[in-house]
Design a protein around this ligand. Structure first.
Ligand SMILES: Nc1ncnc2c1ncn2[C@@H]1O[C@H](COP(=O)(O)OP(=O)(O)O)[C@@H](O)[C@H]1O
Ligand SMILES: [Mg+2]
Length: 246
C-alpha cells in the first residue's frame, strides 16, 4: 500500500464563495453536528454532536448498526437536510449561510448520490435516467446523451442503454445509478448501503467501481452496517447512537 496523501479541497470545488483565504480546508468539516427529529410529543436525537473531517481524495466508510444515525448523517452531508445544531462546512463554506436553492445547486453540481434501493426513474431507459441530472445544469441535449452513453459504457452497460429498470438485474440497476451519480463529474460521492440489495458478486463489483472512481480523484463517503463492505474503504469511522467513535 502506498502512502495516502489527501489533498485540501480546491476553493472552486463546490462553486462556493471562498471564505478560507486560500488556506487548505477539508471537503467536509462537521463540528458538533446534532440532529433532533421532533415527531409530535417525541424527540429523537439521531445525531448528538458529531465532529468529522473528510479531505479530498479520501475514501471513508461510516459504519454502524441499524438506527445508529447513518442515513441522517448522509442526508446532512448531502445537503438534503440541515443540522439542528452545530456547523457543517462544505469546501470551507458554512452551509447555514446558503439558501435552500443554493444548496440544491451545490448538490446537483458537486455531489453524486447512490442509494440502497437504486432510486431510478421507472419506465425510463437507462440512458434517460443517466442523462437527467445534466438537464438541470443546462447541458445541451446532444451533450447530455453523449455523456450519459459514455458513463454507461464505462460501467459495462453499453448494450443496455435502452433498457428500463424493470428489465435490468439489481446489479445492473445499481450500475445505472452509479453512472447517474458520476455523469456530472461530482467532487464527492455519497453512497448509502449501495450493496444492501445486491448479491455478493454484484456488491463486489459496486465496491470495485467506487475504488476506481476514488483512484481517479473523487472523494467517497460510503455508509454501511456491513463491516466487510466497510473494510473496502481506506478508513472507517464507527457510529453508535448518534455519536462517532473512530
Ligand atoms: N424522519 C424521522 N423522524 C423521526 N425519527 C427519525 C427520522 N429518521 C430517522 N429517525 C430516527 O433516528 C434514528 C437514526 O435513524 P437513521 O439515521 O435512519 O439510522 P440508520 O440509517 O443508521 O439506520 C433512529 O432512531 C430513527 O428511528
Ligand atoms: Mg439507514
Amino acid at each position: 500500500m502506498g502512502q495516502t496523501v489527501f489533498a485540501p479541497a480546491e476553493p472552486s470545488l463546490f462553486g462556493l464563495p471562498d471564505q478560507t483565504g486560500g488556506a487548505p480546508v477539508p471537503v467536509i468539516e462537521l463540528r458538533g453536528v446534532t440532529r433532533i427529529y421532533s415527531t409530535g410529543r417525541l424527540e429523537v436525537a439521531a445525531l448528538r454532536g458529531v465532529d468529522l473531517d473528510v479531505w479530498q481524495g479520501d475514501f471513508l466508510a461510516i459504519v454502524g448498526p441499524s438506527g445508529s444515525g447513518k442515513s441522517t448523517m448522509m442526508n446532512i452531508l448531502g445537503c438534503l437536510d440541515r443540522p439542528t445544531a452545530g456547523s457543517y462546512r462544505l469546501g470551507g463554506t458554512p452551509i447555514e449561510q446558503l439558501s435552500d436553492d443554493d444548496l440544491a445547486a451545490v448538490r446537483g453540481r458537486a455531489i453524486g448520490f447512490v442509494f440502497q434501493s437504486f432510486n431510478l426513474l421507472p419506465r425510463t431507459s437507462a440512458l434517460d435516467n443517466v442523462a437527467t441530472p445534466l438537464l438541470y445544469q443546462g447541458v445541451s441535449r446532444k451533450e447530455r446523451y453523449a455523456r450519459a452513453k459514455a458513463a454507461l459504457e464505462r460501467l459495462g452497460l453499453g448494450e443496455r442503454l435502452h433498457h428500463e429498470p424493470s428489465e435490468l438485474s439489481g446489479g445492473q440497476q445499481q450500475r445505472v445509478a452509479i453512472a447517474r451519480a458520476l455523469v456530472t463529474e461530482p467532487a464527492l460521492i455519497l453512497a448509502d448501503e449501495p450493496t444492501g440489495n445486491l448479491d455478493s458478486q454484484s456488491g463486489n463489483d459496486v465496491i470495485e467501481l467506487l475504488h476506481e472512481l476514488n483512484a481517479a480523484g473523487t472523494t467517497i463517503v460510503l455508509i454501511t452496517h456491513d463491516l466487510d463492505v466497510a473494510q473496502a474503504a481506506r478508513r472507517q469511522v464507527h457510529v453508535r447512537d448518534g455519536l462517532l467513535l473512530s
